[in-house]
Ligand binder design. Structure first.
Ligand SMILES: Cc1ncc(COP(=O)(O)O)c(C=O)c1O
Length: 374
């Protein structure tokens, strides 16, 4: 069986429609919204489920939809948690094989797509997802086509070429890149766009499991995360729901904070107005390219995760993002990317507003390397 035996079905995050998981699937057949992978995870002790000999996200394979034997892996995840101030840690995703947390999602998505018989893998990207897809496609021996905004920094483009992917540069944003791929589709193409296929979230959820292990079987009080398409937030929220179902934790959750920049903040706007869905953001502008996602299809799932965990959403000024990227890198020696700088700026703002309690344990995510943005 290509998928793990624990996989039961795919359920639409929005309308609840259920679909068979055992063939290649993108979005809900009824409403075209994102699908969730449902797993039959029985109550199990963490030490039974976790294979601590494996130094990657695949240590949680028993909670994943692909078995460790079927994994397309470059040894991703199990990234360090570095204490940078009293009760404040950076979860450093720059250490992943392709320099960002996108490695986790693409390891899983490529594993699932290959297991289910995909021909060619395609995705629009702000940069990091394209690099990760190119690398994991190469690891699996499957051709890859990516499309990125034409103003994407050179290093992201070089990275995809390095792994043998076909690269298209498109005027506009990631949404225009997605449109370009849809209009130029080949019959064997399988689209692994953020939340337009169900498995990238399954890779991202391992960040939620890692925090539990790294905090000695507990979760921190606050997790601050940069949001573009939203898979990181959604993945961790799903992990914690699974951990509760398996009896590892109760109903308590870290308060999730979504961070965007003022030049592209559809999730923050919808959160503040109480809307269920995000609206399209006109003229998105930010140098935190991963956050330049003007119409995230999974925005409503992010909003649900923020509200259910008593979290919040913060839009930081572009100049604060830039200043705090430099400041945190210089203060810590960690390879901070602009999205990580945005998170640090949001942390400082929440501290100043006293949204954070003095004894909260806070995790700020540095989602990738800063070195590709030059
Ligand atoms: C470094 C970095 N951080 C954060 C994000 C946003 O991630 P997501 O689209 O899963 O919300 C991206 C997406 O491209 C990214 O590259």
């Amino acid at each position: 069986m290509p998928l793990a035996p624990t996989v039961t079905t795919l359920t639409c995050f929005d309308c609840g429609n259920q679909q068979d998981a055992h063939h290649l699937t993108t979005v809900c057949a009824k409403c075209a919204m994102p699908l969730r992978v449902d797993l039959d995870l029985k109550p199990t002790r963490p030490e039974t489920l976790i294979d601590s000999r494996i130094q990657s996200m695949w240590r949680y394979a028993a909670a994943l939809p692909i078995t460790a034997e079927n994994a397309v892996t470059l040894v991703e995840g199990w990234t360090p948690l570095l204490e940078v101030a009293d009760n404040v840690w950076v979860k450093d995703e720059s250490r992943n094989p392709t320099g960002s947390f996108k490695s986790r999602g693409m390891s899983m998505a490529v594993s699932a797509a290959v297991a289910l018989g995909a021909g060619r893998l395609v995705a629009p990207s702000a940069g990091n997802a394209a690099g990760a897809l190119s690398a994991y496609g190469a690891a699996a021996g499957v051709p890859v086509v990516v499309a990125m905004p034409a103003d994407t920094p050179r290093a992201f483009i070089d990275e995809c070429n390095h792994y043998g992917a076909k690269v298209h540069l498109v005027d506009g944003t990631i949404s225009d890149a997605g449109r370009f791929l849809a209009e130029n589709r080949h019959p064997t193409d399988f689209d692994v766009s953020t939340l337009k296929e169900p498995y990238r979230v399954e890779g991202k959820k391992t960040m939620g499991y890692e925090l539990y292990e790294q905090f000695g079987g507990e979760l921190p009080e606050v997790v601050i995360y940069p949001t573009g398409g939203g898979t990181g937030l959604v993945g961790m929220w799903k992990a914690w729901n699974e951990m509760e179902a398996m009896g590892w934790i109760g109903s308590e959750r870290p308060r999730l904070v979504s961070v965007q920049t003022a030049g592209c903040a559809p999730v923050v706007k919808a959160f503040e107005s109480g809307a269920k869905y995000t609206g399209a953001w006109p003229n998105p502008i930010t140098k935190a390219f991963g956050l330049r996602v003007p119409g995230p299809i999974g925005g409503f799932i992010c909003l649900q995760a923020l509200r259910e965990t008593n979290g919040t959403a913060v839009a930081v000024a572009e100049k604060d993002m830039q200043a705090q990227t430099a400041a945190l890198a210089a203060a810590t020696g960690i390879d901070i990317c602009p999205e990580g700088g945005a998170v640090w700026a949001a942390y400082l703002e929440l501290k100043q507003r006293a949204w954070l309690n003095p004894d909260d344990r806070v995790v700020v995510f540095n989602t990738g390397t800063g070195l590709k943005y030059r």
